[in-house]
Design a protein around this ligand. Structure first.
Ligand code: AOS
Ligand code: ZN
Ligand code: ZN
Ligand code: ZN
Length: 426
């Protein structure tokens, strides 16, 4: 289904007066606090976060899966779903594909469809954590790190194939998330598997087009429960450094052991110019892939503060970061969840933009612990929703994307169109 500009206008019209009132009130207060409101809103308008193709269908747990309805059955339908999200909030103008779940049969047709929806391709994702039909070697005991050179070769070749698909479509990055690990002490020689992984990655790196990047994602455990080969940001950073300028670390918020100081990891990677990709989600226990900002909104804000201050610092030499939502939904309508996630990201971003950097640095220089904390908390405790809504509106989106989605009864329409089938690739 397509969402016309006229339909969005029609939705915004009755909400406009009360929105304007709230926005004016907040703008006045913020101007008094020295915030350049118009510039801030423009930064929100410019911010884009990619949607992964696998977040569009209902996920499952290892105990089972409840079918959703109206889920996309093809790459075309996935693009249509992201196009709909983007029409609603104008902040999700990119899609991240996964091979072999999203093999583009006809690249020209797919590119035309992308253009129609004003979408770009974010990083391509390879998959060496599942065995595919007709695959010669199994990844049961690893892929890029495998003890058998033939398996490593097959996994490298798969990644090269993903790069080729990405080139056809106009993507500029490859994300490697490696499930490789072990479930019992003694199962693996830590040094051998890391060395194997490095050598495999080197072959992939050598095949990267000149204007491409590779993102190395880390994760402390799961699907294996004793060790993973790329367990933490240090290991990812080490590999990225050894590989070269086109290799970067990717931070997924759910891939840390409890209470890790993720904002500090972000700051360190930015200092080194090595933060390439970002997967947003939220978690209470581990890689829960819950809605962004639903469990730890203050942490999300602190992370955004590091992203904003780090990227704005002229001394930082980090390329633009590929932002993506990496979530999975068992209970919610996936599209509703993604609308909530995008909004949560924009809210945290807006709060981070409120912080007076100079005042914060002055408090730090004075060792004014309370003062510095107050500056951070004041920004966090500001209700910035009018700013985010205004950014959606200025960009041509809905003042209340979720409200409009519900009013249009989108899921019902998708169900009529597509039926009950399970989304492809999940
Ligand atoms: C897995 O835990 C990682 O978060 C991956 O980034 C991603 O979810 C996966 O590649 C999708 O299958
Ligand atoms: Zn991820
Ligand atoms: Zn994950
Ligand atoms: Zn995750």
């Amino acid at each position: 289904m397509q969402l016309s500009k006229a339909r969005i206008q029609e939705h915004n019209q009755p909400l406009l007066a009360s929105h304007q009132l709230r926005l004016n009130l907040l703008s006045e207060e913020l101007s008094e606090r020295g915030v350049a409101v118009r510039d801030l809103i423009q930064r929100l308008v410019d911010f884009q976060v990619a949607i992964p193709s696998w977040a569009l269908g209902t996920g499952g747990t290892r105990f089972g899966r409840y079918a959703g309805v109206g889920e996309p059955q093809s790459l075309e339908q996935k693009i249509e779903d992201v196009g709909l999200l983007h029409a609603l909030n104008r902040s999700s103008g990119a899609i991240s594909l996964h091979i072999p779940w999203d093999i583009p049969e006809n690249a020209a047709h797919i590119k035309a469809l992308m253009q129609e929806h004003d979408l770009a391709f974010d990083a391509m994702n390879s998959n060496t954590f599942q065995d595919q039909r007709d695959q010669q070697h199994s990844y049961k005991f690893g892929s890029l790190s495998h003890t058998d050179a033939a398996v490593r070769k097959q996994a490298v070749e798969h990644n090269l194939e993903v790069i080729r698909y990405g080139e056809e479509l106009g993507s500029k990055a490859l994300t490697v998330w490696l499930a490789d690990g072990s479930s019992f002490p003694g199962q693996r020689n830590f040094r051998t598997v890391l060395q194997n992984t490095y050598e495999s990655l080197r072959e992939i790196y050598a095949a990267l087009p000149a204007d491409w990047k590779v993102f190395v994602e880390y994760k402390p455990f799961e699907p294996y429960f004793y060790s993973t080969v790329i367990q933490d940001w240090g290991t990812s950073f080490l590999l990225a450094n050894k590989l070269g300028d086109k290799a970067y670390t990717l931070v997924d918020l759910g891939h840390h052991l409890p209470n890790a100081n993720i904002e500090q990891i972000v700051a360190t990677l930015l200092m080194e110019g090595k933060l390439g990709g970002f997967h947003f989600n939220d978690s209470k226990y581990a890689d829960d892939d819950l809605t962004v900002g639903s469990i730890k909104p203050y942490q999300l804000y602190l992370i955004f503060l590091e992203l904003v201050h780090g990227m704005d610092d002229p001394q930082t030499n980090n390329p633009p970061i590929s932002y993506m939502i990496d979530a999975s939904h068992n209970l919610k309508d996936p599209l509703e969840d993604l609308l909530q996630s995008v909004e949560a990201i924009q809210l945290a971003y807006a709060q981070a933009l409120l912080v007076d950097k100079q005042a914060l640095e002055a408090a730090r220089a004075d060792n004014d612990v309370v003062g510095a904390q107050e500056i951070l908390q004041n920004a966090f405790r500001t209700d910035v929703r009018p700013l985010v809504r205004e950014a959606f509106r200025q960009a041509g989106g809905a003042l209340d994307p979720l409200g409009l989605y519900r009013k249009l009864d989108v899921r019902r329409q998708l169900y009529d169109e597509r039926g009950v089938g399970i989304a492809t690739g999940l």
